[in-house]
Design a protein around this ligand. Structure first.
Ligand code: ZN
Ligand code: MN
Length: 486
């Protein structure tokens, strides 16, 4: 294998469920976990003679996504029927968009190797409706149409990704974007986002270049499955090529499923070509026309995007890439941080409180940092207490933890738990004297000016901190100590 080099090529199709109140072409409420077939009507059950009516909100949400993904927004689009014959699609077609997608030719930037940004092109993003759900129980099958007609935004990237990690980064970034925009909850457990990677390899062997057949892995609903399936396919396609020499041919694209138990992909079928779907314009729906003014109005509601915020935190507040990433992981946390800064919080102090203790508490509780139960104002107050030496940083962590449990202010908590930092020079001087009297060897070392000086000074300071249960203001103690030791 020494003369063999390979590169994996991945493009991604992502279905994002839009957070509209009602379905794409009827007034049924979107639902999850409801009694089967309780959120249905003649339109989404596909009854003959029923007429679909477009959900305008879904179109606006899609345009918002398209703008955030730097796409061209079509002034004119239409609806097409994509023919299927499946029990969970009683109309026998899905309403989708074929040759005139709402959004096209965009790009998304994601964190790549070495902290550099990588641009991945977006080919198109179009709107369509979801199908129902088949449920197979012992001996027979049932169909639940509650999900049928749910608006989906299908986003298709160019094959610009070259590793499983990169594919994951894109998926995570996309989730962050749609959540910031408020157009989707993007909840993986509820199937709000489904990924379908198209994977193949370019192999260099003996000075020749070969391409393996493209495999599309269907219906992945977790970041982990997405990442693992790309890794698995990379290894499988390389093995297959080394064994059989098979390469990409006309029509040998295939579809595989992901077996989560065995962590392998499994062949499902040879891919249909587009003409198998017999696409044609839906005669029941009028085309969608968007004026420049409409698009401008939607553009005005765009928020600052997560990657921009992350960059702003790094340049404006000098935060690390990691800290800025934690603070912008979800919009509520990022808004919370911005609020705290606007209210006079010291950026680095607020950041430390939120990304250290805050993140730990949020992980323990399984919620966002902004949902821990304290206000941004209270965090500002605490950050100021650290800044002016009322409490030290390690005690601040304890106070923040208490703030998550009660409505008390940081000052009240600090007083109640006796956590206020001792800055009274007179009081501290007495303690320093005690420590000096009890540690003659260390005092000698500290005065010596030799190698042991620094260590001995640190030891004496530690003794004072221990005697005051961590409450002494270390800066003042150091000053007193320096004076005493000459
Ligand atoms: Zn309906
Ligand atoms: Mn689709």
């Amino acid at each position: 294998m020494s003369d063999v080099k390979y590169k994996v090529i991945v493009g991604l199709e992502i279905h994002v469920q839009l957070a509209t109140r009602t379905k794409m072409f009827c007034g049924c409420a979107l639902s999850f976990g409801e009694e089967p077939n309780s959120r249905v009507c003649p339109v989404c059950m596909g009854m003959p003679g029923s007429l679909p009516v477009m959900n305008k909100k879904a179109v606006e949400y899609s345009i918002l996504a398209g703008l955030a993904l730097n796409c061209r927004i079509a002034g004119f689009t239409k609806w097409d029927r994509k023919s299927y014959y499946y029990p969970d699609l009683p109309k026998n077609y899905q309403i989708s968009q074929y040759d005139l997608p709402l959004c096209s030719d965009g790009f998304i930037e994601v964190g790549g190797e070495g902290g550099k940004l990588k641009r991945i092109r977006i080919r198109r993003a179009h709107l369509e409706e979801d199908a129902g759900k088949n449920m197979h129980t012992a001996g027979f099958s049932q169909v639940d149409l509650n999900r049928a007609g749910t608006p989906l935004l299908e986003i298709v990237t160019e094959p610009d990704m070259n590793s499983a990690a990169e594919v994951r980064s894109l998926a995570v970034e996309l989730q962050r974007i749609v959540r910031y925009l408020g157009i989707s909850e993007a909840n993986m457990q509820q199937g709000h986002t489904r990924f379908e990677p198209n994977i193949n390899l370019v192999i260099e062997k003996g000075g020749q270049e070969y391409k393996t057949a493209i495999v599309e892995v269907k219906n992945l609903n977790s970041f982990k499955a997405l990442e693992r399936s790309v890794e698995y396919e990379t290894a499988r396609q390389l093995d297959d090529f080394m064994e059989t020499g098979r390469t990409m041919q006309m029509g040998n694209k295939s579809t595989r499923g992901w077996d989560d138990v065995n962590q392998v992909t499994v062949l499902q079928r040879e891919k249909e070509e587009a003409h198998d779907y017999r696409y044609f314009p839906d005669p029941d729906l009028v085309p969608v026309q968007m004026s420049e003014a409409d698009i401008e109005r939607i553009k005005a509601s765009l928020c600052e995007l997560p990657l921009q915020r992350q960059a702003r935190y790094i340049t404006e507040f000098n935060l690390s890439d990691y800290d800025a990433g934690v603070l912008t992981a979800d919009r509520a946390t990022s808004d919370f941080f911005d609020e705290a800064i606007a209210a006079g919080g010291v950026p680095k102090r607020v950041c430390n409180l939120l990304t250290q203790t805050g993140l730990r508490l949020a992980n323990e509780k399984g919620c966002g940092i902004a949902e821990l139960g304290f206000s941004s104002g209270a965090v500002v107050e605490l950050s100021k207490m650290v800044e002016n030496g009322t409490v030290n940083a390690s005690v601040a962590s304890t106070i923040l933890e208490e703030m998550a449990k009660s409505d008390k202010s940081p000052q009240e908590i600090a007083e109640e738990l006796n956590l206020l930092q001792k800055s009274d020079a007179g009081e501290l001087e007495l303690i320093v004297d005690e420590v000096i009297a009890a540690n003659t060897q260390a005092v000698e070392d500290a005065k010596s000016g030799g190698k042991k000086t620094k260590k001995a000074q640190g030891f004496l300071l530690g003794q004072v901190m221990q005697k005051t249960k961590g409450q002494a203001n270390p800066k003042i103690v150091s000053e007193i100590m320096a004076k005493k030791l000459g």
